[in-house]
Ligand binder design. Structure first.
Ligand code: ZN
Length: 213
């Protein structure tokens, strides 16, 4: 009697674990497809790198780069890869989030992810920029800022949602150059060192716009 009960319990346990495995497999593959769709990585990156990077980006990005209370005051479209001429012929390596009223120093820029401030300061192309490296190794680049938020310095650890600075129109010249173009944030995502590529942040931005957490 006791043996029968143990046998039945064992059978139930086996069935249960098979069921859990099946659910897990379908969940994971579904999740991967969803991730790839969200991030829509460039075809040039290997499949293996795509999946790993896509997963990292989806885990990293918790916030839209413009603080949510102001996010309706800006707009963006898919300008990744568009040609640029300043500083030589090149491709646009990110997405421009434009200020609707074109007022400089107003819209707060927040970190999309947790990470460490790896670079801060002037770049001829990027103006006042900040680069945040997440734990996964991905580099998030914020350019043309009007100013930096208090306490934002190199090597500082930031959390997603921490204010980095304010949207501006700096760049395209020596330090302090302003007003060469409309007020916007240039947001870029550079993937880990092994891949050495930027990816198109458009789809991640589109997703996180309505799914902040
Ligand atoms: Zn740009």
């Amino acid at each position: 009697m006791k043996n029968k009960l143990i046998f039945r319990l064992k059978c139930m346990a086996v069935l249960l674990s098979v069921l859990i495995t099946i659910v897990n497999i379908s969940y994971i593959s579904g999740w991967h497809d969803e991730v790839l769709q969200k991030v829509k990585l460039r075809d040039t990156i290997s499949e293996e790198c795509d999946r790993k990077t896509a997963g990292n980006i989806v885990r990293d990005i918790k916030k839209f780069p413009v603080a949510q209370r102001e996010a309706e005051k800006c707009y963006f479209d898919d300008g990744y890869g568009a040609s640029r001429t300043y500083g030589g012929e090149r491709k646009h390596q990110g997405i421009d989030i434009m200020s609707a009223d074109n007022v400089t120093g107003k819209l707060p820029i927040q970190s999309v992810s947790d990470g460490v401030i790896e670079n801060i300061g002037w770049l001829k192309l990027g103006g006042y920029r900040i680069g945040v490296r997440s734990k996964s190794g991905i580099y998030y680049y914020y350019a043309h800022l009007d100013s930096y938020a208090d306490g934002i310095i190199k090597k500082k650890h930031v959390k997603a949602g921490d204010i980095l600075g304010y949207m501006g129109n700096t760049g395209y010249g020596p330090e302090g150059t302003k007003g060469k173009f409309d007020v916007h944030l240039h947001f870029g995502i550079y993937i880990d060192k092994k891949c050495k590529e930027s990816i198109n942040p458009y789809y991640s931005l589109k997703y996180i716009e309505n799914h902040e957490y």
